[in-house]
Design a protein around this ligand. Structure first.
Ligand code: NDP
Length: 414
């Protein structure tokens, strides 16, 4: 049994993580949240208390922390007594937080692949450049580290594993499809940290096809998808975290990631990129000011968490998995539909933060009760999916399955 959680970061996803941890503090124990800006942590805790979300009386404290400083993270783990860290800070802090967890033998969960601020788009498999280099250290220290435990990456990895295990003898392809059919009413905004969001789309699009890495440009390959609830939507092949781990775990399959974009997003993105405003490399103005264009764009765009009150519509995110069973072709779409308004009413966040923030709390609960406490580093597709689906049915993100014959809850499909 592990108890006491330290949440790192105080952004949109952390808001959801905090509320969900509070709703389950009977299992998770004392709660702590730490970020650079302690007032953001305090505001999140205040929102938890305003909704009376603590399942039972208990600790929920805010802390100031520079998570780039391993010894500061390790010291905070020590003073809080946290046995599980949920890292939902910027992906720039992954490796320092992971290192602190290894040093203190604390379980670690994150929701995005590590990024080096000075590099956009790394050689695949991206995890091999960072997190996987610490696999051995985790195993030696007996540290459970669950990587990419949000929705995508995260739940979609579990969806792929489930479809393969339950419906196939052989897997041929895994297409992750992410459609946000919601509307936030702003001229332009990203749904999570603009810096991270743009960095995903300014590099090479890597997919794993016919046993090797294939390179494309962003918006070069697009197709229409017809998905449950959100209907027909155009999505483009993009680079994404889960392609890098699924390709290592299912090298025999083609692995692609597709993200839905409207024409307006593509226009604005293209103008910003062509002007050089999405560059991570600093420029110097005539006045001698050094500015990173991407950080300037982030500063002028809406804060993604400010979108929540007016966000309407739904998301549909899933894994379309194709393979064979008893010599016959089979095709299974495992997915979730989430509603922006419902997310706001429950935890004060929009649907993208909600879908990213609920799964890591479920993983923390499964580490707490021992189910996922394997004492080593794992990506989500390496974990048994059914305990996760069962818990998420109960805490807010039900999994569904669409086959030729049915469209139903996951447990009715098997
Ligand atoms: P935000 O930008 O809203 O929040 C990031 C937080 O990290 C901020 O509170 C920020 O600090 C904090 N932070 C950054 N640097 C440091 C540091 N050195 N020390 C301490 N705190 C720091 O991001 P989101 O909440 O939207 O996203 C959080 C994570 O979730 C990201 O890694 C993102 O990629 C991931 N994500 C994953 C998804 C999935 O489905 N897998 C989907 C969406 C997001 P402060 O504000 O205190 O200054």
């Amino acid at each position: 049994m592990k108890r006491n959680v330290l949440i790192i970061g105080a952004g949109g996803v952390a808001q959801v993580v905090a509320h969900k941890c509070a709703q389950n503090n009977g299992v998770l124990g004392d709660l702590h949240i730490a970020s650079r800006t302690v007032s953001k942590c305090e505001a999140i805790i205040a929102s938890v208390h305003a909704k009376a979300e603590m399942k039972q009386d208990g600790v929920f404290e805010a802390h100031a922390l520079d998570a780039m400083d391993t010894s500061a993270v390790a010291a905070l783990i020590g003073t809080t007594g946290a046995q599980i860290v949920i890292n939902v800070g910027s992906p720039f802090v992954n490796m320092t937080v992971l290192e602190a967890c290894i040093q203190t033998k604390t379980a670690y969960i994150d929701t995005a692949i590590h990024e080096d601020p000075s590099k956009i788009c790394e050689t695949p498999p991206w995890y091999g450049n960072y997190e996987w280099k610490r696999r051995e250290a985790c195993a030696q220290a007996g540290v459970t580290a669950i990587l990419g435990a949000g929705f995508d990456p995260g739940m979609v990895n579990a969806f792929a594993r489930f479809a393969i295990d339950e419906f196939m003898d052989e897997v041929k392809s895994i297409d992750i499809v992410d459609i946000n059919a919601g509307s936030h009413g702003k001229y332009f905004s990203t749904n999570f940290d603009p810096e991270i969001n743009f960095r995903e789309f300014t590099g090479t699009v890597y997919s794993w096809q016919s046993g090797h890495w294939v390179e494309n440009k962003m918006f070069e390959v697009g197709r229409e998808w017809d998905l449950p609830v959100v209907g027909k939507q155009k999505a483009y092949m993009s680079g994404h975290d889960e392609v890098h781990s699924l390709a290592a775990n299912y090298p025999q399959a083609d692995i692609r990631f597709w993200m839905g974009f409207g024409d307006h997003y593509i226009n604005v993105f293209s103008v910003l990129q062509n002007l050089g405003l999405l560059s991570e490399q600093p420029v110097v103005t005539a006045e001698g000011l050094e500015v990173v264009p991407l950080k300037l764009v982030k500063a002028v765009l809406p804060d993604p968490s400010s979108l929540a009150p007016n966000y309407t519509g739904k998301t549909c995110i899933g894994a379309l998995v194709k393979g064979t069973k008893d010599g016959k072709d089979v095709e299974v779409f495992v997915y979730n539909v989430a509603d922006h308004k419902d997310a706001y009413n429950e935890v004060g966040s929009q649907g993208i933060s909600y879908t990213a923030g609920v799964p890591p709390v479920a993983m923390a609960m499964l580490i707490a009760d021992g189910t996922y406490d394997h004492g080593k580093m794992m990506n989500v597709e390496e974990l048994a999916p059914k305990p996760l689906f069962t818990l998420l049915d109960a805490i807010g993100l039900p999994t569904r399955v669409k086959t030729d014959d049915a469209d139903c809850a996951w447990h009715e499909a098997i």
